[in-house]
Design a protein around this ligand. Structure first.
Ligand SMILES: [Zn+2]
Ligand SMILES: [Zn+2]
Ligand SMILES: [Zn+2]
Length: 1065
């Protein structure tokens, strides 16, 4: 395949309507989904994301039930229900009927001798409930979930009390207590059933938004529906062709090398290898190689196997569909619970267990849910509880008596609403089937897949997005398995990124589910001089436990996040497995300090500087680890641009940090957190910078001699754009004045045509002096700008049959516009096609689709560099073409040629004139596309020149900060005032001699026109003057008469003086 790039393109590129819509300013939601290899520290993350929903369950049932205990206590005046030894002081008058104890011991029952009391007791009667206070404790711990259980316990309580009785008197007394209390407690217990049902109902309503909504339940994964993948044993480049294979190989290679370990290095023992630090993103290991994330060299003179070696060949055996005998892990359906269900369970567990105990139980419950024996019915919570109850009775079981009690508790509540206890499928996951478990720090398997350079990865993402849209799957959260491979920060060649996607080709590592409290993690490791991502155990993994890792994925779409409910069920669950990366404050800085115009100004500066600034930028390069990997093959202008962007990123980070410090209370912890957050954001920016560079380098075919995307227009070319073919009188759109001439001619504006003609002649005459040509051009351009100023002034003095005031304002702005630039026309091309297979598994695509390559158009480079901080705009050049309307180029002359008497093509509200509305927009949002009201203006920019007064403000550092404000505020002043301002800025910019201004001004003097006019008065005239419109002159006269008679002579004078004041200004 031969790609012709970086060559001038003769044919004009056009953009489809589709592309046009993807504008920068149309605030489309930006999505970013990939698993980050390096992860945000869990503890610090807690501050940022909403943690487990609070236990907001507030039951009434038990607070009422506690009255049962109180009643019993009151009736039992002798306290027999709480006494070990029955008291012989029971008075005769306390004694009721005999033998009523039969109520709780059946007469048909077999009896045996109770050895302790030496009394007869029912055969096998056994209860732990001996005393009233135990019963009350059970109420307090929310042990009861229906009144049947309450009655049962009361029988047991009285039964045990009966066994403690020593005399007939005791029996009789107990019987009386029972009979008396029964009458009093029955109504209390009767309402308990109703109340508990209400309580459960309320509980189920809390935090329902965290509940996985399914149309069908249970969903049992079918092997047919499980994603299949082709097993690979090394990374497979995409596209799998040269030169990309070589490029990827180059990116993966490193000069990082292991060193020799000591004879007694910890790397022989996994348990001593050290813990993984999420802050340093490596192990705090005493083995220098492990700490450096490099595999060990062959150890000499020892037979012990090093545990920090051969990542590429070593992996745990997997059991696929139960074929392997000695497998460590098994690919199997896995199940989990959402944050909602977890909350329900946590709320109903007995209160006598503390949070730690409950959390521990939840872990065991998840283990029971994923029990290997019963995969088909794993969705049923009752069976999981039964399993715990059964297992807990076995010796040497993983489950204990406490677990049994909690499992029983769950079973008590499920009957009210099984919806609150749903177990959901996670698809195929990985479970440890090695009876010995998997040791902490051991390598499980390399995370393999197809490997992409960023440009290719985003091509694929754009393609998928397009397909999803076409197949009406826009709202579906697509599956994603990809992970980012990041080159180590300490690599001498600097950081860089690649994407690994195992969706089609990979190994079982891509089966691991997400967990917010994972037992595995991915680490980029160097093996034989090449980077590879390893999946490591980050703690001991026991038999039956599911293997998980934290996806660390972020999205900028709230809607997408809501779809991503996490099923990890862990204590640290962040509810969603996608976290929001949106940060208004942070993006606010970009909007303000790095707006569209600043970005263009930076680009133009980078493209115009011919000096190598890499020495100047070297400090920032090393601070952000930008090295040869990224900078190689960058043309000089692109390197210079990187320097500017790094300066911004660095500045933004500091600004953000100080904003955060101002906002929150100052403690060391907060300070650290702020530092951490700011660093995270700036790293995000660096990533985007690198992705952008990758795309640009791809477009430029890695040629470091490529032309810059934009360049300043020389004076000669600029004069051509203004004046070309003017004198020929041909009716084409070859130059600005040619078009303007045609407009004026159409509307019969002889005086202005005359002036343009005069200036054209004067301009030509300058050449007669045989001065330095550069100097002549400077004078010609000065004359041209003075012409803009004068024409603008003339247009304000009368009413015309076109949008004269709007045109006047544009010409006025042009009088203060000095810098113009033009884009370079690169040759567009198509990238290698993305094959059908690559994206079909992402969504639920049934139909086959044709493979497609991405079309790169001429202005891609400019567009991508301007939108460098995001990768999700499929056509950056189209987005650019919208954003530059007005901001970077003025509307075409034809825009003003409209019939009617409106001053502007749009009419504003009563409160604001069109003019002030428009100027306000320019001042408030200079960097934003011109307001939609001006949409009827055309920006076709026939002569391909860019440059406006707005851009000037951001580009020309010699102009003051209030340049724009000052210039715009003076549009309607008298000519002399405007001229003074003109001279002021011209001198700042070009250092013309003062004589020159005087000489030229004389040429214009006869055209400046009616100096009597007081524009200030006109503009500040009260709105009602502007509104009144007269059908004919006599109506107007009578209106003036009226004003005079009312004593409003000043206003009457104004209307008399300015015949055109009768409509909107
Ligand atoms: Zn070692
Ligand atoms: Zn070693
Ligand atoms: Zn979770």
């Amino acid at each position: 395949m031969s790609l012709q790039r970086a060559k001038r393109n003769a044919t004009k590129m056009t953009y489809s309507v589709e592309e046009e819509n993807e504008s920068d300013s149309s605030s489309k939601q930006i999505k970013k989904k990939f698993k980050k290899n390096t992860k945000v520290t869990i503890t610090e993350c807690k501050k940022k994301v909403k943690t487990q929903p609070l236990l907001r369950f507030n039951p009434i049932a038990w607070s009422r039930l506690i009255n049962v205990g109180k009643v019993l206590g009151q009736v039992d005046t002798q306290g027999i229900l709480n006494n070990d030894e029955c008291i012989l002081t029971i008075q005769l008058n306390d004694i009721g009927q005999q033998n009523v104890y039969k109520e709780w011991f059946d007469e048909d029952q077999k009896y045996e001798l109770d050895e302790k009391s030496n009394l007869i007791k029912p055969f096998g009667f056994k209860s732990n409930l001996h005393y009233l206070n135990q019963f009350e404790k059970r109420i307090q711990n929310r042990y009861y979930w229906d009144n049947e259980a309450v009655w049962n316990d009361l029988y047991k309580l009285f039964g045990n009390s009966y066994l403690r009785c020593r005399s007939q008197q005791d029996y009789n007394y107990l019987s009386k207590v029972w009979l008396d209390s029964k009458v009093k407690i029955k109504p209390i217990i009767d309402v308990f059933n109703i109340q508990i049902e209400l309580d459960v109902k309320n509980l189920m309503e809390i935090d329902k938004e965290f509940k996985v909504q399914t149309t069908k339940w249970p969903v049992i994964p079918d092997k047919k529906d499980i994603r299949s993948y082709q097993e690979i044993y090394n990374y497979e480049p995409n596209p799998n062709q040269e030169p990309y294979i070589e490029q990827i190989k180059e990116k993966l290679s490193t000069s990082k090398r292991p060193i020799k370990c000591d004879k007694d290095c910890v790397c022989f023992d996994l348990s001593k290898m050290g813990t993984f630090s999420y802050v340093n993103i490596t192990w705090d290991s005493e083995c220098p190689n492990r700490k450096n994330r490099v595999e060990c060299l062959e150890h000499e003179g020892t037979n012990q196997p090093c545990m920090n070696m051969s990542i590429q060949s070593k992996q745990h055996q997997v059991n696929k569909f139960k074929q392997e005998e000695n497998a460590d892990v098994e690919e199997t359906p896995c199940w989990g619970i959402d944050a909602y269900t977890r909350k329900v369970i946590m709320n109903i567990l007995p209160l006598n267990y503390d949070e730690t105990q409950k959390n521990k139980f939840m872990e065991k419950l998840l283990l029971a849910i994923n029990r290997p024996s019963d995969k088909e019915n794993a969705y049923d919570m009752r069976l999981a509880c039964d399993y715990i109850i059964k297992e807990s009775k076995l010796m040497s079981s993983h489950y204990n008596q406490e677990d049994r009690k909690m499992a029983k508790q769950i079973k008590k509540v499920i009957k009210y609403n099984p919806e609150g206890f749903r177990i959901h499928t996670k698809g195929f996951g990985l479970v440890c089937v090695n009876k010995q478990g998997i040791k902490n720090n051991s390598l499980i398997i390399p995370y393999l897949g197809e490997i992409y350079q960023p440009w290719r990865w985003y091509e694929k993402q754009d393609f998928i997005k397009k397909q999803m849209k076409e197949h009406n799957q826009k709202d579906i959260l697509p599956d994603f398995y990809n992970i980012m491979l990041d080159i180590h920060r300490d690599d001498i060649k600097g950081i860089d990124f690649l994407f690994v996607d195992p969706i089609n080709k990979g190994n079982y590592s891509s089966r691991l589910s997400h967990s917010c409290n994972p037992n595995c993690g991915t680490v980029t490791t160097v093996s034989n001089g090449t980077y590879i991502i390893g999946m490591y155990a980050m703690r001991e993994i026991q038999y039956g436990e599911e293997l998980t890792f934290d996806y660390c994925s972020f999205t900028e779409s709230k809607q997408e996040q809501l779809q991503a409910l996490c099923l990890c069920g862990s204590e640290k669950c962040k509810i969603y497995y996608l976290q929001l990366s949106n940060c208004k404050e942070y993006n606010g800085i970009l909007d303000k300090e790095h707006c569209f115009l600043t970005r263009n100004a930076i680009l133009l500066k980078s493209c115009s500087d011919n000096i190598d600034k890499s020495n100047e930028d070297s400090e920032l390069y090393s601070k952000y680890r930008i090295g040869s990997s990224v900078l190689n093959d960058c043309p000089l202008w692109l390197k210079n641009w990187v320097g500017y962007i790094l300066k911004f990123i660095d500045q933004e980070r500091q600004t953000y940090k100080s904003e955060l410090n101002l906002k929150y209370e100052q403690t060391t912890e907060v300070e650290q957190w702020n530092h951490f957050t700011a660093t995270q954001h700036s790293e995000d920016r660096i990533q985007n910078l690198i992705f952008t560079l990758d795309k640009i380098k791809f477009f430029l075919n890695n040629s470091d001699s490529s032309e810059p995307p934009i360049s300043i227009i020389g004076d000669n070319d600029l004069l051509d754009s203004f004046w070309k073919d003017y004198s020929s009188g041909s009716s084409n759109e070859s130059s600005f004045f040619n078009e303007l001439y045609q407009l004026f001619q159409k509307h019969n504006q002889k005086k202005m045509i005359e002036l343009i003609h005069l200036i054209y002649k004067k301009k030509q005459q300058l050449h007669d002096y045989k001065e330095n040509l550069l100097y002549i051009h400077k004078q010609e351009l000065l004359l041209t700008r003075m012409l803009f100023l004068t024409l603008s002034h003339m247009l304000m003095q009368q009413q015309y049959t076109f949008h004269h005031e709007a045109l006047s304002l544009i010409l006025y702005m042009m009088a203060f516009t000095y810098t113009y630039f033009k884009p370079y026309e690169y040759v567009g091309f198509l990238s290698p096609p993305i094959e059908d297979l690559e994206w079909r598994k992402v969504g639920a695509f049934k139909k086959k689709c044709k493979s497609e390559g991405r079309a790169y158009s001429s202005q891609f480079v400019w567009g991508q560099l301007i939108g460098w901080f995001k990768q999700t705009v499929a056509a950056p050049q189209a987005s650019l073409s919208q954003d530059r309307r007005g901001t970077l180029s003025y509307p075409a002359i034809s825009s003003f040629d409209k019939a009617g008497d409106k001053a502007y093509p749009f009419q504003q509200s009563k409160a604001q004139s069109s003019r002030s509305f428009f100027i306000q927009h320019l001042l408030d949002k200079p960097s934003y596309m011109w307001p939609p009201e001006t949409a009827s203006w055309s920006y076709k920019n026939t002569y391909k020149i860019y440059g406006t007064i707005l851009f000037e403000q951001f580009y020309s550092t010699e102009l003051e900060e209030d340049f724009l404000d000052e210039v715009l505020a003076n549009h309607t002043l008298e000519y002399d005032q405007k001229f003074q301002l003109f001279v002021k800025y011209e001198s700042k910019k070009f250092k013309h001699s003062i004589d020159l201004f005087d000489k030229f001004k004389d040429i214009f003097q006869p055209y400046i026109g009616d100096n009597q006019l007081n524009y200030k008065d006109m503009i500040v005239a009260p709105l009602r003057y502007r509104r009144c419109k007269f059908e004919n002159n006599s109506k107007r006269e009578s209106y003036i008469e009226n004003l005079r008679s009312e004593g409003k002579s000043e206003e009457a004078d104004l209307i008399q003086k300015f015949p055109f004041i009768s409509y909107a200004i």
